[in-house]
Design a protein around this ligand. Sequence first.
Ligand code: SF4
Ligand code: SF4
Length: 293
Amino acid sequence: MVPFEEFRRRVGYDLVGVPPLGCFDGLPPSEHPLSLFPDARSVVVVGTRIRRGQFRAMEEGSLWQTPGRWLTSFDGVIRVIESEGYECVPYAPADAPHMPRRPLRAGQCPPNGVRLSIDYAAAAAGLGEIGYHGMFMSERFGIRQALGLLVTDMDVEPSTGSPTGICDRCLACVQACPLEALSATVSTTVTCQGRTMVLGEINANACRACPNGVSGDSKYFAGADELHFEIENNQVKGDARSRFARGGLPNRLAAACGRACIAHFEATHDTGYRIPFRSREPWGFRPDEPRGW
Ligand code: SF4
Ligand code: SF4
């Protein structure tokens, strides 16, 4: 077994974690990482810091720029793993048209049927926790990181750590939402490695229509119904809702809720920046306001 510290040092990302496989026990195949590669021995979560400047233009309302929340390049970690004679399957939470919609072997998920929670895996690896708004937060960067997950047949020692209190339930994310999509009073819990994380109930359909910085990096973007997805009752037909994804939330890092969390995190943590993230009144719109926004 490769010692975790040695693996982390060689991989070299801002965040590296290896959740114990036991944390996925009981999950259905569609939510279990080993569904990606049945011979895998380890799940690896990596993350890179998103520079604060990538949120600046959205905060100022000067340029519509949305940082990605999922890593698309795994070259560094793949090189390390393959140099030792192992291989890996990186997970891409994306959909492609024209994939088979049925399992190709007995007992498997269809090729586009796996819906992993990278946020949960990152929390299980001890990299942070899921905040009240439902986004992953690390101790170093708050919500400002892009995460990626891969599975490998390399046997890597699980990482340790169980940070708590990164989300202090200030509810700034709730108060910042012009659509009142995030409840201040109704919540659910996710238990992970002995820690209980409280997640506010959220109206995912409102988030998909949110004009305050949401990014459509999945099939849940405006106009998806005109492409290759079948929509029924305002939902993507056949969509597997996991207990984590809660209806396929879009990328909200730069949305009003996400930026409120950045502002609060910066006010309560030393991140080294010379000016505060928020120095002007935040802006916000509702999609049912008269057009013109
Ligand atoms: S804004 Fe406050 S309550 Fe919301 S996720 Fe961030 S720290 Fe938690
Ligand atoms: S994405 Fe928009 S609608 Fe959803 S919680 Fe954030 S601010 Fe509210």
